[in-house]
Design a protein around this ligand. Sequence first.
Ligand SMILES: C[S@@+](CC[C@H](N)C(=O)[O-])C[C@H]1O[C@@H](n2cnc3c(N)ncnc32)[C@H](O)[C@@H]1O
Length: 130
Amino acid sequence: MEIDNVLLTAYEIEIIQNILNEKDTVDRIYINFCNPWQKPRHNKKRLTHPKQLEKYKVFLKPGGEIYFKTDDENLFNASIKYFEQEGFKIIAKTDNLHENPIWENNIETEHEKMFEEQGITTKALIANLS
Ligand SMILES: C[S@@+](CC[C@H](N)C(=O)[O-])C[C@H]1O[C@@H](n2cnc3c(N)ncnc32)[C@H](O)[C@@H]1O
């Protein structure tokens, strides 16, 4: 499918509701190598935290998807629970996106390249909102 309506914007995620709402009917969100925020008191800042997923659900349309990838195993495992807790279905996941791709035409990000060069695999999943 040819994509002709991508929105790229730099905006503080915690106030994303100021620029996107239910009228936007977004098909897909990509979350690439967000900060892991390991300390429990910082978990809420994770871009996959339930607090954030609640916000994405407002503008993600039924059947919409989140494509998520990270180098961080703890964040990845916690995020699987966050997505399920928020009613998303994990339709595909991998501990090594480069060896076992779950989507076509992966675009390697700056951090992905850096971690892969260090031998740290890319963990990835597709979460679907029915
Ligand atoms: C580790 S970098 C990854 C950059 C790029 N996605 C990549 O894969 O190379 C994390 C990115 O998340 C963005 N970020 C972190 N917290 C954010 C927030 N609260 N709202 C919006 N962006 C945020 C940062 O600006 C930064 O670009």
